[in-house]
Design a protein around this ligand. Structure first.
Ligand code: FAD
Length: 546
């Protein structure tokens, strides 16, 4: 039986906790709750991580910008969290040196940067050997020759972590599943079940099987990111504290057109800062931060968004001269921030906050990907209190601080030897060994399970065989239901290797037809959805959709 059918059957029980929303926040809560022994279900209306959790800058960071806003507590908390998330998944949360150029008239001076980065390192508990270095103008130019020598006065060089937001979310969902959580994508909560004024579950629509299901639970958590207020409206619990959505856009450019050596965090004229991050043979740049009132379900990049980023790049790196046509792909996402009167998009705090409704609904909003684990712990602590009060039973405290994300954990000290092993396997299968970074950072030790499948596929195109093995693996283990799930959230190819999507999309659809038994109509529908997604990430629009 496919995992989905098994999970749908398993919904027919009374849960302790129902989580609505399968982004990183909901997935983190599911793992925390299930690993403490709560009977947990999670429903996601689209794919896991299809909301903001696949559209971020993909950094697990301590939030240097918050230091400027003097949010010391936040810097310190997310800084410590970085180290924990890295320790528990070193293949996926990877140390990355970040260069911060200092320019004449820029946001930060030499002394304030040296001081700021030192405080940042201390607050985040960075190891002495990894602490910030201050670079002279000459050293900075040597490190990053693309910077503008006319404006540069030096640079800070400090430690952050990069990740893949969607992969992190998927691994959290899988880990929660191993602790018994029942997690379903394409399952939309449409109504709350309320008895005697108390919330006791949700009515859900299975968007694939078209069935309506009643999921009963003692407690319900709303982890719907940008949709948090939609749910709060559903049970009339929307109070004066509301979400303030801002849009952030990223552009992906071939690395040869923007050949930065390192991740760079640079000043732009409107007093903001932007990242340029190399990944594989691409460099991605972001982000914008503008108020958003458009559609929650189709978020696109406008030409104005792209031109703002392109101007920022060309101002900082005068020799590269990027144009709109140089952009391969782009993505746009919404920050579910909590409104603060009189503050602009960039000034609003990124803090998370929990809202408790009278009928028992717990909503969590705001926050960062980087702080997902702590947010989950706080939310489940609150549920645990209610559970204790109602049942007299005490729950364990959170155990996620020391919980590795994959059961077959790849320790940091074993990364190099594992890479050598995988390179050898790739070579023996006739696949380019340059795939090693992609495979290990996406799948960790599950790379072996994928390579075990390669021999099942016929043909001479080794790239195709690898891709079909990944597809088989992700259908069997990661709830892939359609080609967009696969190309977008499971593999990131939609953004970072669009050529492979164009080349292999029909083969992927053919395989899915075989795995799921789709008829012609269904096949056409899936094809159309993939084409629309490809269009959205390869074009710029005049306006946002409403
Ligand atoms: P989401 O990921 O949006 O998840 C909510 C889910 O709820 C969605 O998948 C949605 O489909 C589902 N849902 C909604 N309604 C229903 C319903 N009725 N039934 C079932 N499911 C429903 N943070 C960092 O730490 N580092 C960064 O580098 C970073 N960069 C960012 C850059 C940008 C441009 C943006 C926008 C954000 C960035 N963030 C970053 C913040 C981070 O991405 C978010 O805080 C985080 O992803 C929010 O996750 P979430 O689970 O709360 O929301």
């Amino acid at each position: 039986m496919m995992i989905r059918e098994k999970n749908i059957k398993a919904l027919n029980q009374k849960f302790d906790l129902l989580i609505v929303g399968g982004g990183v926040t909901g997935a983190g809560i599911a793992l925390d709750a299930a690993s403490r022994g709560l009977k947990t279900a999670l429903v996601e209306k689209d794919d896991f991580a299809s909301g903001t959790s696949s559209r971020s800058t993909k950094l697990v960071h301590g939030g240097l910008r918050y230091l400027k806003q003097l949010e010391i507590g936040l810097v310190s908390e997310v800084g410590r969290e970085r180290a924990i998330v890295h320790r528990n998944a070193p293949h996926l949360v990877i140390p990355e040196k970040m260069l911060m150029p200092l320019i004449k008239g820029g946001t930060y001076g030499k002394i304030s940067t040296a001081l700021g980065l030192t405080v940042y390192d201390i607050l985040a508990g960075v190891r002495k050997s990894d602490r910030r270095e201050m670079l002279s103008r000459e050293k900075a130019l040597q490190t990053e020759p693309l910077l503008n020598p006319e404006k540069l006065v030096g640079a800070g060089f400090y430690s952050e972590y990069r990740t893949d937001d969607a992969r992190l979310t998927i691994e959290l969902i899988k880990a929660a599943g191993r602790y018994g959580a029942v997690c379903l994508n394409y399952m939309e909560m449409t109504e709350f079940i309320i008895q005697d004024g108390k919330l006791c579950g949700g009515v859900c629509q299975d968007l694939l099987g078209k069935e309506e299901l009643y999921i009963k639970a003692k407690y319900v958590v709303n982890a719907c990111g940008p949709w948090v207020d939609v749910l709060r409206e559903m049970n009339n619990s929307l109070s004066n504290k509301r979400l303030h959505l801002t849009k952030g856009v990223h552009l992906v450019i071939p690395h040869e057109k923007m050949p930065v050596n390192h991740s760079i965090y640079f000043d732009v004229p409107d007093d903001r800062m932007i990242f340029a991050i190399p990944r594989g043979n691409k460099t991605y740049i972001g982000t914008t931060d503008t108020d958003y009132k458009g559609s929650l379900d189709r978020i696109v990049s406008t030409e104005a968004d792209a031109l703002y980023l392109i101007k920022s790049i060309n101002d900082t790196f005068p020799d590269i001269n990027i144009h709109l046509e140089d952009v391969d792909t782009n993505w746009a996402g919404l920050r579910p921030l909590i409104h603060q009167e009189g503050k602009t998009a960039s000034e609003i705090s990124r803090r998370d906050e929990i809202f408790e409704a009278e009928d028992g609904l717990t909503s969590i909003a705001g926050g960062k990907l980087s702080g997902y684990r702590k947010m989950a712990e706080k939310t489940v602590d609150l549920v645990a209190k209610k559970y204790h009060k109602d049942s007299g039973k005490k729950l364990l405290g959170s155990i996620t601080e020391n919980l590795t994300l994959l059961p077959d954990h790849l320790k940091e000290e074993d990364l190099t030897s594992y890479k050598t092993e995988i390179k050898e396997r790739l070579q023996s299968l006739g696949i380019g060994k340059e795939k090693v970074e992609y495979l290990i950072s996406n799948y960790g030790k599950q790379s072996d399970m994928i390579l075990d499948l390669v021999g099942k596929f016929e043909g001479t195109d080794s790239e195709e065989k690898l891709l079909r093995s990944e597809l088989r693996f992700s259908v069997d283990n990661e709830s892939v239901m359609n080609p967009v799930d696969f190309f977008d959230r499971r593999t990131g190819r939609l953004y970072f290797d669009i050529d492979s999507v164009m080349k292999y999309k029909n083969i992927v659809i053919d395989d899915l037809v075989e795995y799921f038994g789709w008829d012609e109509n269904q096949r056409n529908e899936e094809e159309d959805q993939l084409e629309q997604k490809i269009f959205d990430v390869t074009h710029f629009f005049t306006n946002d959709f409403v």
